[in-house]
Design a protein around this ligand. Structure first.
Ligand code: FES
Length: 103
């Protein structure tokens, strides 16, 4: 397990990037307080993934595909291509000290 951060480092609606096994990854704390993490690489053409708290979705910076924060599935993609594969989810654990780990 690799420590990502402590819960106090990420406020509700916030996100932060971390390194997961050599890949850029993103940790999101939703407005509801749920913690989720994904490999921050788009399955279409490997562009970076950003978090948009306003619309509560993860977004690809290249072609603006949207992904559901709850499970990383595709919410919307461009009409120019079909994208069925969602983001790769990273399992998390939070210990008694509120330290957050990627499993
Ligand atoms: S690279 Fe993300 S939708 Fe194309």
């Amino acid at each position: 397990m690799e420590k990502i951060a402590n819960l106090k480092d990420i406020k509700r609606g916030g996100s932060l990037y971390f390194n997961y096994k050599g890949q850029r990854a993103i940790l999101v704390r939703t407005k509801k307080g749920d913690l989720v993490a994904y490999v921050a690489v788009c399955p279409h053409q490997r562009a970076s993934i950003l978090w948009d708290n306003q619309i509560n979705k993860l977004i690809c910076e290249c072609h603006l595909s949207l992904f559901n924060v709850e499970d990383g599935s595709v919410y919307k993609h461009s009409s120019l291509f079909e994208l069925k594969q969602g983001l790769t989810k990273i399992e998390l654990k939070v210990d008694d000290n509120k330290d957050i780990y990627a499993v």
